[in-house]
Each structure stands twice: as structure tokens, then as C-alpha cells.
Design a protein around this ligand. Structure first.
Ligand SMILES: Cc1ncc(COP(=O)(O)O)c(C=O)c1O
Length: 401
């Protein structure tokens, strides 16, 4: 039977990661995947996570099944971390999911169960998995633009595109540190989006994967909380992969704000039903770690301090790249990078130029120009800038480069 299977398309990101792994050049630089790396190039277990794991190992008594909503203490802790106030958590329900991807998929299923054929608007460009997840759940996808040709925010274009979103459409917005562009709307633009949603009756669906890695945890959650405050219904997919460094523990949750307790009860059951047919229950370990951290004042403070260190490293790397690009005569390109936030930056390079970066400098980013800014050791930044300048043909490469 399986010989009938048509050749499926390979995943371009993981293909690139495999190409990187096979590259024999010692100076090769992997900036493909969204994984935080410290100055040594390692993706460490955060100290707060390590401490929580030790405490859990000492007191764990059972690995019995959890309920269909996963770890309910985790769900409460996430509601309070993301929404911040009882006024908002009191209007919300949360279900633990298999990381951010699982939250996106469960919420997409919820939309389909509520209203089959719903149109969901995603950004152009979008996180590479947004469209496939939504289409796999049977939803229609349309796109809205966010940036002008120089890679800077195009607020008029964004609002104009989204003025076509109708009542009960869903608009997927990344809450902070947009992947792949690194460009976020200003808070004023977020407020205009909230007003547009209120006027036209569409529902925001916020994807939170990088909170804490842009301007700080509360600052990165500000737009999401404002939407939750001003609108009757909001869907939120939360990932703990990046800000707790729990990538392989697959930890996240789906949050829904609704206008009545009855609706929220139906929502929770619908999310449980969706999970039941996909994987039944989410894995416990990462959720237990996050709960242990968030419920303990000392561990929570240690985690926030570590998250700040990660954020400062990302910000310093980007600022350094901007300075070096400027010094190499790429002022315009540097200006577009300067305002970007979070783990990713979008280089103003064509797919062909990105391939030349791989061949000539062993620098691996995606063909779209996206690089993981956290993946660069500080001492490699001058060489990265030199590579960018070279493929832009604005500077001559030094013989040693
Ligand atoms: C914007 C965005 N949303 C969701 C995810 C999914 O993350 P997770 O690994 O938690 O499934 C990612 C991962 O890169 C992402 O960049």
C-alpha cells in the first residue's frame, strides 16, 4: 500500500538544518532555527528549570494520567502570567497543550468546530507553520501585509488589509517579536487594531512564542492584555519553548477569553475533545517545571532574571550587527534591522544572496533572509556583517574573511 504514497514535500527548515549538520567547515554558523544560544553557542537548561527539576524529582510520587485539560495548576499559573489581572483571568479558560504548536492547532480546531470554513487572516510573511496548521484544521486562510518595501512597519497598509476582515473572521497576530521579520506594530497600532476588531466583529487570535525576549515580559504582553481587556473574545496560543528553554518538553497552553461562564465551559470541553482525538493528554514534565517556577517567589525571580540576561544578549547582538553594517557602508540595511525585536531578524537579502552567504561564509539562515540573532557568538558578528556587506556588493571582502 505505502508505495502509493506520493513523494511528500520536505520541510525546508529541517532540510537546511541537515545541510548545516553535514557542512564540514568548522566556522559554519547555524542561524536557521529559533533556538536561544548563549555566547558559547550552547542552548543551556535555565538554572530555574534545573532547580525545579531537582525539586520535582525529589517529591514526585506518581505519573498517573492527568485530566484532558492537562495540569490545571499550570493552566492557572499561565492564565495569571499572561493576563496579569483577575479581571481578565476571570473571563478566561486555559487548557495545557503540546507546546505552542499544539495550542495553535487546538484553537484552530475550536474555530472550525464553532464555525466551519471560517477565514483566518495571517501576516505576509507569516511564521512558516501558521498556514499549514490552519489548513490542516480545515480553515480558509487569507493574508494581510505589515511592512513596506524597506522592511519598516506599514500601518496604513496593515489597517487597510484588515478592514476587509468580516464579523466572525479570525485574525492571527503575533503578540510580540514577530517571526520571521522581528518587526512589531507600535502600541498605538495595536490599539487601532483593537478598535477595528471591535467595530467589525472579528476575533483576534494571538500567538505568543517569544514573550520576555523583546522588551521584557510585561512589556511584551502589554498588547495581548490590552486586546483581552477591550474585546469580548480573544484566543491566545502560548508557548513555553523559548522563554523557559523547554523546547523538547513540548509545553504550552491554549487560552480563550469569552463573555460568559457557560461559553467558557463549552470552549474547554471542545478543546478537550480536540485534544482527545489528537494526542489525548499533553506531557506533564514541562508543565510541572513551569508551575514549580511560577508558584515559588524565589524561582520565579531567578527565571525572570535569566530571561532578562537572554533578552539583553539578543539586543546587544543586534545592536552590534547594526553598528558593523553601518561601518561597512550598509546604513540603509542597518536602519531596517535596528528597530527589530526578539530572536529573529530579517536580512534585506534575496534567496540567492542567502545561498551565497551559505556557500561563501558558511552562514546558514533561511532563504527568506531570516536569521536567529541569538545564534551568533559576539566575536563572529564582524564577520557576519562582512558577509552581508559582501553579498550586497557594497564592500569588498577582506582577504582573510
Ligand atoms: C511564532 C511562533 N509560534 C509558535 C511556535 C511554536 O513553538 P513550539 O515549539 O512551542 O511549538 C513558534 C516556534 O518557532 C513560533 O515561532
Amino acid at each position: 500500500m505505502l508505495e502509493l504514497l506520493p513523494a511528500p514535500p520536505a520541510d525546508p527548515l529541517w532540510d537546511l538544518a541537515a545541510e548545516f549538520a553535514a557542512d564540514p567547515r568548522p566556522e559554519r554558523l547555524n542561524l536557521v532555527l529559533g533556538v536561544y544560544r548563549d555566547h558559547t553557542g550552547a542552548t543551556p537548561v535555565m538554572s530555574a528549570v534545573r532547580e525545579a527539576e531537582i525539586r520535582l524529582a525529589e517529591r514526585s510520587v506518581s505519573k498517573e494520567y492527568r485530566g484532558l485539560s492537562g495540569n490545571t495548576a499550570f493552566n492557572r499559573a499561565m492564565l495569571s502570567m499572561v493576563l496579569g489581572t483577575e479581571a481578565l483571568t476571570g473571563r478566561a479558560t486555559a487548557v495545557q497543550t503540546v507546546a505552542g504548536t499544539g495550542a495553535l492547532r487546538l484553537l484552530a480546531d475550536l474555530v472550525r468546530r464553532t464555525r466551519p470554513g471560517t477565514t483566518v487572516w495571517i501576516s505576509d510573511p507569516a511564521y512558516v507553520n501558521h498556514r499549514p496548521i490552519l489548513e490542516a484544521a480545515g480553515l480558509q486562510v487569507r493574508t494581510y501585509g505589515r511592512l513596506d518595501s524597506a522592511g519598516l512597519p506599514d500601518t496604513a497598509g496593515l489597517l487597510d488589509d484588515l478592514s476587509a476582515a468580516r464579523r466572525n473572521d479570525v485574525v492571527l497576530l503575533q503578540g510580540c517579536c514577530h517571526n520571521p521579520t522581528g518587526v512589531d506594530p507600535s502600541f498605538e497600532t495595536w490599539e487601532e487594531l483593537a478598535a477595528l476588531a471591535a467595530a467589525n466583529g472579528w476575533v483576534p487570535f494571538v500567538d505568543l512564542a517569544y514573550h520576555g525576549l523583546g522588551d521584557g515580559l510585561d512589556a511584551d504582553l502589554r498588547a495581548t492584555r490590552m486586546l483581552a481587556d477591550r474585546l469580548p473574545e480573544v484566543l491566545i496560543a502560548v508557548s513555553c519553548s523559548k522563554n523557559f528553554g523547554l523546547y523538547s518538553d513540548r509545553t504550552g497552553c491554549a487560552i480563550v477569553l469569552g463573555s460568559s461562564r457557560q461559553t467558557l465551559r463549552h470552549v474547554e470541553t471542545a478543546l478537550q475533545n480536540a485534544a482527545r482525538t489528537l494526542y489525548s493528554m499533553p506531557p506533564e514534565h514541562g508543565a510541572a517545571v513551569v508551575t514549580t517556577i511560577l508558584e515559588d517567589e524565589g524561582l520565579r525571580a531567578a527565571w525572570r532574571a535569566e530571561l532578562d540576561v537572554m533578552r539583553h544578549r539578543i539586543t546587544a547582538n543586534r545592536a552590534d550587527l547594526v553598528v558593523h553594517l553601518g561601518a561597512l557602508g550598509c546604513g540603509e540595511q542597518a536602519a531596517s534591522l535596528a528597530g527589530q525585536k526578539g530572536m529573529f531578524s530579517m536580512l534585506p537579502l534575496t534567496p540567492d544572496q542567502m545561498r551565497r552567504m551559505r556557500r561563501r561564509f558558511a552562514v546558514y539562515g533561511t532563504d527568506s533572509g531570516r536569521i536567529n540573532i541569538a545564534g551568533i557568538a559576539a566575536h563572529r558578528i564582524p564577520l557576519l556583517a562582512q558577509g552581508i556587506a559582501t553579498v550586497l556588493e557594497t564592500a569588498r571582502v577582506a582577504p582573510s574573511a
